[in-house]
Ligand binder design. Structure first.
Ligand SMILES: Nc1ncnc2c1ncn2[C@@H]1O[C@H](COP(=O)(O)OP(=O)(O)O)[C@@H](O)[C@H]1O
Ligand SMILES: O=C(O)C1=C[C@@H](OP(=O)(O)O)[C@@H](O)[C@H](O)C1
Ligand SMILES: [Mg+2]
Length: 209
């Protein structure tokens, strides 16, 4: 499969995965990068490495806003490099990040039912927003705020339904094949969304909710 991908030039595409916690950005991103024969980069891992602290430690020390500062800086540094990028679920919370994502392609939203997601992340102490809380309740609140943002940033929404990881990977690869077919070389980073309008949105209101 990897060879076929390389022959068809799909490895020149640098996809970004977005979506709520537990949707599979990190795990499917890793598999996808192996298929495409390019580097996998997890934005959370990048932040952790740079900060020398875990995500829970960062949240404990500088709060969510401090974490978002590091996340924006990290996104600025890595977006556009030749990698499969798994973002963190909250990357869309800042207008600046949404504008960056909107100017990149292809961005893929891995969308699953909140019940599936909650089942996967309940009890995981590495996700400070849900640690010690009812994951489904938190995800419902986050979905209300974030779904419009994921929609704005995504070129493609993969409705995972009951797909397992392998099926999801296959669906993403099929999409990338199609994407490659429909777009000429050099399109990968062309702006397609209204980045200026996204930037103009007021973050403060969103984060206060
Ligand atoms: N389709 C799936 N079926 C079963 N488990 C899954 C599926 N997708 C992801 N997982 C598991 O859910 C957990 C969260 O996945 P992860 O890739 O870390 O999500 P994200 O990075 O989007 O938060 C991991 O343990 C992963 O193996
Ligand atoms: O949704 C969020 O705000 C977060 C998601 C996490 O990444 P995953 O989506 O990979 O779990 C991580 O960035 C942090 O805990 C905050
Ligand atoms: Mg992840």
């Amino acid at each position: 499969m990897e060879v076929i991908m390389a022959e068809e030039g799909i490895c020149q595409i640098y996809p970004v995965l977005i979506g709520l916690m537990g949707c599979g950005k990190s795990s499917i991103g890793k598999l996808l990068a192996a298929e495409l024969g390019i580097t996998f980069l997890d934005l959370d891992h990048y932040i952790v490495e740079k900060a020398g602290r875990t995500i829970p430690e960062i949240f404990a020390e500088v709060g969510e806003e401090g974490f978002r500062d590091l996340e924006t800086k990290a996104l600025r540094e890595v977006l556009g490099t030749p990698v499969v990028l798994a973002s963190g679920g909250g990357v869309v919370m800042r207008a600046e990040n949404r504008a960056m994502l909107a100017a990149h392609a292809p961005v893929i939203w891995l969308k699953s039912s909140l019940h599936f997601l909650a089942g996967r992340i309940q009890g995981d102490e590495n996700r400070p927003l849900t640690a010690g809380r009812d994951a489904l309740t938190v995800l419902q609140q986050l979905a209300e705020i974030r779904y419009p943002y994921y929609t704005q940033c995504a070129d493609y929404i993969l409705h995972r339904g009951e797909m397992n990881k392998a099926q999801s990977l296959h669906a993403v690869i099929e999409y990338l094949r199609q994407w490659k077919f429909e777009h000429s070389e050099g399109f990968a980073n062309a702006p397609r969304h209204d980045a200026a309008a996204l930037l103009a949105q007021d973050d403060t209101t969103i984060l206060d909710e």
